[in-house]
Design a protein around this ligand. Structure first.
Ligand code: DON
Length: 363
């Protein structure tokens, strides 16, 4: 082939290649497809698997020191997960409700931190784990009502006393309004539970008086105890609790309603106290297995927060000796571990790099 023919052949090949490229651009079906976006977690499958695994578990016993709680159906078992982009997944008894009990402490703390700043909590009852049961009087006596936190009864009743208002009604409306914003619907009180606990809460009244005696509650300690008792009787289902948790996971804005419930800068303070004291004297054990800030209530609910990812909650009334729902602990641990939600766990890429490094060393 002479040089003229060679140039002509090269030119023809270039033209043909250009024609193919133009055709591919015009007909995207012919172009190389972009790789599919990685699929997100299969939340329904994870929730259903956890439910199947624990539904027949019969350990634990309903709380009975509040008589109305002993009468709640121990077989209630509801599971919900709400992602930070507002997707809701549920399984099990999703219409059944339990009283929120100590889980309320998280959201009263949030209200006080929002209104008075995070220092107000730290400077009053403190933010340290007590290592004692949730209604310990020894813990109050040890440091005259300081060096504890808003998740145990003395600190929680004190936090309730810090919610400002010209009347009991005004205080109550602030509290129930806050809880409702976090849950994304108007919550209400289970009057039977409220009455039952109000008739039997002498120990909490004593704790309130002690916190008043030590100067942590400034005024009206018995009203603080009464409002606290009412907040514990707020009725919730698993989805309410998961949405409350998801709001914390989403930096204080409810991902379903879009309502800002607290400022993002205050959220880590609340999560820190949940991490150290949310499951009382078993908080260390819980964190060891899940890495997630969580909060339990003697009504049988537990919620947990995977920051930046999701909130998850389970209701199941039978409790262990520390006052935490047996099934809720196991179910949430199973779900969060299946979803790789432990913030302390290394990312898979880090594990692979570490393994490669080990092999390299062995050579
Ligand atoms: O004050 C009490 O004893 C109850 N209203 C709440 C206790 C509670 O939920 C402890 N949580 N596990």
């Amino acid at each position: 082939m002479n040089s003229l023919n060679l140039r002509a052949a090269t030119w023809r090949r270039t033209l043909a290649a250009t024609a193919v490229l133009v055709a591919m651009a015009a007909a995207p079906g012919l172009a190389k497809k972009a790789p599919p976006a990685p699929a997100g977690p299969d939340y329904p499958a994870v929730l259903n698997a956890a439910q199947a695994k624990f539904k027949d578990l019969q350990e634990g016993k309903n709380a009975d020191y509040i008589p109305a709680l002993a009468k709640v159906d121990p077989n209630i078992y509801g599971i919900a997960l709400v992602t930070v982009d507002g997707k809701v997944f549920t399984t099990g008894d999703i219409t059944s409700e339990v009283s929120i009990q100590s889980i309320s402490k998280v959201f009263t703390m949030a209200r006080v931190v929002e209104d008075q700043g995070a220092d107000a909590i730290e400077n009053n009852m403190g933010v340290d784990a007590t290592g004692q049961v949730f209604n310990s009087i020894v813990a109050v006596e040890q440091y005259k009502g300081a060096e504890m936190n808003p998740m145990v009864n003395p600190g929680a009743i004190t936090a309730t006393s810090m919610v400002s208002g010209a009347s009991r009604d005004e205080i109550w409306n602030k509290i129930i309004g806050t809880y409702s914003d976090f849950a994304g619907r108007a919550l209400s009180v289970n009057q039977e539970v409220f009455k039952s606990e109000a008739e039997t809460n002498q120990r909490n009244q004593a704790i309130s008086m002690l916190m008043y005696a030590y100067g942590h509650i400034k005024d009206n300690p018995l009203q603080a105890c009464d409002v606290y008792t009412e907040q514990c009787a707020v009725s919730v289902n698993a989805k309410d609790l998961a949405e409350m948790a998801a709001t914390l996971a989403n930096g204080g804005t409810n991902p379903v309603t879009g309502k800002t419930c607290m400022s993002a800068t205050n959220v880590p303070r609340v999560l820190a106290v949940m991490a150290t004291a949310g499951l009382y004297d078993d908080s260390g054990k819980w964190l060891y297995h899940t890495g997630l800030p969580a909060k339990s209530g003697v009504g049988g609910g537990i919620l947990a927060v995977a920051p930046g990812k999701f909130g998850v909650a389970v209701i199941s009334p039978p409790l262990d000796a520390a006052g935490n729902s047996v099934k809720a602990q196991k179910t949430i641990a199973e779900i969060s571990n299946a979803l790789g939600a432990n913030p302390y766990a290394p990312k898979p890429a880090m594990v692979a790099t570490a393994a490669a490094g080990k092999k390299e060393k062995k050579k």
